[in-house]
Design a binder for this molecule. Structure first.
Ligand code: GLN
Length: 361
């Protein structure tokens, strides 16, 4: 069956449908990861997006029940060069196409993903429509794409109620994890290091965390424009000055910086993939990191008496981490939990544990 991708600038890519049928409107972004499509699909940070994978074959090792980063896939559509129909892997439990169909996600293949990626790199991020209609009305699709905006993102992906995830082995610490769209591997990493983790809805008041007997707070990744989360930012202001250790990842990093008085900006086309070089300024060392974000914190807007930039992206110089002054609080824009991605920066979880022990970072 035919499928068509129409960008808001009127560009049309004709391909073939391989997931659900119908129409999806969303923000088109590209991800350069060579593996990890299942983790990408189930990462709640992709809520509302049409994700183009730059690696030319997807689905070649199928899908399984162990690699999910949340309970369901979140992008509105998946754009690939080729979707493999006969996956081969000892862990494979089904095909990517069936998985998308079952979950109502539209997939389009046979798209020149190199041309699309170049277009987004040159023109910047754009909205689009994928439709399986035989003769789509391009003008109407362009209108719908232009009208689209990702709104209430965190509210749509956060958990409805608190859930407990016990430590592996002896529990050393109790961590409150704010779920802004949490990737399961953040919970797994903490559990593996001996933390009992309570995953909390995004709207949990800071006071409840302070009264909860926790040793530290983890702020998760999540979708959407960080600046729209005004109520959460107010709660984080309380946590920032509470003396409790806090570690933030991606959206969690952005929200804490906004709470500290900084400003966020939308990047031209974002960073998504598993090969982004980031320099830890204190160590003078560069790590290869996993990333998925469309916004960043503006370094100069961070009040210098509150925090300083700790990491920068070696491709474009954008802020990749903040260390807060006189507070046991640090955050990173990239994904130390990876999944998919390199594990270079897993050590940051140990640093969070050191803070909870009361040691210096
Ligand atoms: N993965 C994330 O947490 C992404 C954060 C934010 N939604 C952004 O796009 O920048």
């Amino acid at each position: 069956m035919k499928a068509t991708l129409i960008l808001e600038d009127g560009t049309v890519y004709v391909g073939e449908s391989f997931g659900a049928e119908g129409e999806a409107v969303g923000e088109v972004c590209f991800d350069t990861g060579m593996t990890g499509y299942q983790e990408v699909l189930t990462d709640p940070s992709f809520f509302g997006q049409l994700v183009c994978m730059t690696y030319p074959i997807q689905g070649n090792y199928g899908v399984n029940s162990e690699d999910n980063e949340s309970d369901r896939p979140w992008p509105k559509g998946f754009i690939v060069r080729e979707c493999c129909s006969f996956p081969s892997n000892f862990r494979c439990e089904g095909t990517l196409a069936d998985y998308l169909k079952k979950n109502g996600i539209i997939g389009i293949e046979r798209v020149d993903t190199r041309a699309l990626t170049r277009k987004l790199r040159e023109s910047g991020v754009m909205n689009g429509v994928i439709t399986t209609a035989e003769n789509p009305d391009v003008e109407a699709c362009v209108r719908r794409a232009k009208e689209f905006a990702i709104r209430d993102a965190v509210r749509n992906v956060t958990c409805a109620e608190r859930r407990e995830y016990p430590a592996e082995g002896e529990a050393k610490f109790k961590v409150a994890l704010y779920d802004f769209g949490n990737k399961r591997n953040i919970t797994r990493c903490l559990n593996a290091l001996g933390c009992d983790v309570s995953v909390l809805p995004a709207a949990t008041p800071a006071q409840e965390v302070l009264d909860g007997g926790f040793d530290g707070v983890m702020l998760s990744n999540g979708p959407g424009n960080p600046a729209e989360n005004t109520e959460i930012i107010e709660e984080l202001k309380i946590l920032l000055d509470s003396g409790l250790p806090v570690f933030g990842i991606c959206l969690g990093h952005q929200l804490m910086a906004l709470a500290a008085g900084a400003r966020s900006e939308k990047l031209k086309y974002g960073h998504r993939g598993g090969n982004h070089p980031v320099k830890d300024l204190a160590l003078g060392k560069t790590y290869i990191t996993s990333q998925n974000h469309g916004y960043a914190i503006v370094g100069e807007s961070l009040p210098p008496q509150v925090g300083e930039v700790s990491h920068i992206n070696m491709n474009d110089g954008t802020v990749e981490g903040v260390r807060y002054k006189n507070r046991p609080v640090f955050t990173v824009q990239f994904h130390p939990e990876a999944s998919p991605g390199p594990r270079d920066t897993r050590y940051l979880f140990d640093e969070f544990l050191d803070l909870m022990k009361g040691g210096a970072r």
